[in-house]
Write a protein that binds this ligand. Sequence first.
Ligand SMILES: [Zn+2]
Length: 112
Amino acid sequence: MARLTTLKPAMQAQPSKLATVNPESWRTAKGTAAQRGYGYKWQVARAEWLVANPLCVYCQREGRVTAGSVVDHIVPHRGDMKLFWDRGNWQTLCRPCHDVVKAAEEAAGQIG
Ligand SMILES: [Zn+2]
């Protein structure tokens, strides 16, 4: 704790530097993107998947043709690497559909 108090004045002295850090950025999340499994290997696999499966599956169900930009895990992997890399568990979503799914998952997660 003593170390923290000595750092504080230095941080306050550089408000402009701190202001450039987006609090929503991956740096402030739990670990880096790579540490959470979303490393280079994922970027490559994800890009390949989107080339082969370019359309949002939820929009397709609704009769819409929308280019997807997110590879979503149908069953939330929650850190399970088997589920994470199982392409049978992947689906392409557009950003709006993905946000709806994630909101529903988070709501479900709060229940149990
Ligand atoms: Zn969609």
